[in-house]
Write a protein that binds this ligand. Structure first.
Ligand SMILES: Cc1ncc(COP(=O)(O)O)c(C=O)c1O
Length: 300
């Protein structure tokens, strides 16, 4: 699965530090913290015709991440949401849009690792692109288990949605060479944590399981799927999940803002059963996800 260029994005306007600029002129400083150390936090948001999905939850995660990393002079949620709306209006965007919103620690006085060098406050980049869900959610995706482990609180807490993505990028590189769509990353003990850019669910004998959020991003789509299961009366539990349990599951799927709910048809060459009862449960959850969506969208 390799994303293709969408010609609707040829003339994008991008928000960078207060200015709306054509994509080829949209630049940040070579002294920005994100260039020097990947020192930034981000959110991937999706715009539907009813508004931005789970906007409050995304803003809360962004603010929590920035606070945990001790960013200074963090812009208000209101100003970030205002910039988001301005970006959509400038591009004439109303739906079918994915946003990469990046908040950097900011520009440094001089190169160096010390966060105090960023004395001018945070930088804000809003890249909104025309982008339907990226995976084939009908036929599903294939997955390869990477040797790169997902970060946990013992190193860099996966609850911080930061731009130090090299672990996940190395894992995705391995999956690419293995001819698979995504990489499955394990935690420090060898249990499944998540895919390189999405969370993980499985069904076995009528129960939905997902890994604890100790070594994965507590994804907003993941959170909604857990809520939907509870609402539908479908048992759903967080648990340590081994590779064997995934290989032998009745159904496995991934969740994320970029691709929504995506069945996984193969892991490390093992076909995943796609068993009929589990499939009916998954279809029920996926329908409820779509049906409840507008109630969770905020117009900006
Ligand atoms: C590593 C990782 N896991 C999972 C997700 C899915 O999270 P969400 O449902 O909030 O989009 C993301 C999205 O950015 C991610 O980067």
């Amino acid at each position: 699965m390799l994303q293709k260029f969408d010609s609707r994005n040829a003339n994008l306007l991008v928000y960078v530090n207060g200015a709306i600029l054509p994509r080829e002129e949209a630049r940040i400083s070579v002294l920005d913290s994100v260039v020097q150390g990947g020192d930034a936090v981000w959110e991937g948001l999706r715009l539907y015709k009813e508004g931005v999905y789970c906007l409050d939850r995304h803003m809360r995660r962004l603010m929590d991440s920035a606070h945990a990393l001790d960013f200074q002079q963090i812009p208000s949620v209101e100003s970030i949401v205002g910039a988001l709306g301005e970006t959509f209006r400038s591009n004439g965007m109303v739906s079918d849009v994915h946003v990469r919103l990046t908040l950097t620690r900011g520009e440094k006085l001089t190169s160096g690792m010390d966060p105090r060098l960023c004395d001018q406050g945070c930088g804000l980049i809003i890249l909104a692109e025309w982008k339907p869900p990226v995976y084939d959610n009908e036929s599903g995706i294939t997955v390869f288990t990477s040797s790169i482990r997902r970060n946990g609180p013992e190193y860099l807490d996966s609850k911080i949605h930061h731009n130090n993505l090299l672990n996940n990028i190395l894992a995705k590189t391995q999956a690419n060479y293995a001819g698979c769509d995504a990489a499955l990353m394990l935690d420090n003990r060898g249990f499944a944590s998540e895919l390189n850019g999405t969370n993980l669910f499985m069904i076995r004998d009528g129960i939905v399981y997902t890994p604890y959020a100790h070594h994965c991003l507590p994804g907003i789509t993941r959170g909604r799927v857990i809520e939907i299961c509870h609402k539908l009366g479908i048992p759903c539990q967080e648990k340590d999940i081994s590779l064997t349990e995934l290989y032998t599951a009745d159904l496995v799927w991934a969740t994320g803002t970029m691709g929504e709910l995506t069945p996984i048809r193969e892991i490390d060459g093992r076909k995943i059963a796609n068993q009929a009862v589990a499939r009916a449960m998954f279809d029920q959850i996926a329908s409820a996800f779509v049906d409840s969506r507008s109630a969770y969208c905020t117009a900006v």
